[in-house]
Design a protein around this ligand. Sequence first.
Ligand code: CMP
Length: 143
Amino acid sequence: GSNKPPEFSFEKARVRKDSSEKKLITDALNKNQFLKRLDPQQIKDMVECMYGRNYQQGSYIIKQGEPGNHIFVLAEGRLEVFQGEKLLSSIPMWTTFGELAILYNCTRTASVKAITNVKTWALDREVFQNIMRRTAQARDEQY
Ligand code: CMP
């Protein structure tokens, strides 16, 4: 056989959602100063591949200094951002967070803690990177 890693399957990474959810996630991604510069088709692909992830009150969604594996959008609940013990801010509803470690390939710049039970939409880093690499041709073939 071939030693090539399995090819990324956009169809497999897709998670069904209703159009009102998609609209909210799209707007959240487009509010982000880095992501809003992407090709609109890449934003669409990100929205299609995001999946729901819930966190319990008191848990850490992101820990400062760790490698980053996901980008998130806050859909429900309250999140606070810390550096060490210092509270930096809370995250407004329908905001993207956890994007810095993914975009800049650095470790998490801060910790993000669930102050209430929280619902997020998450996107895996490998899927994000594949979406960034997907050519117009690959998209035409799959849609
Ligand atoms: P990342 O560094 O991947 O993980 C921690 C996230 O917290 C970071 O991405 C940003 O999304 C967010 N973040 C970092 N610093 C601040 C801040 N000062 N205010 C609000 N959010 C922040």
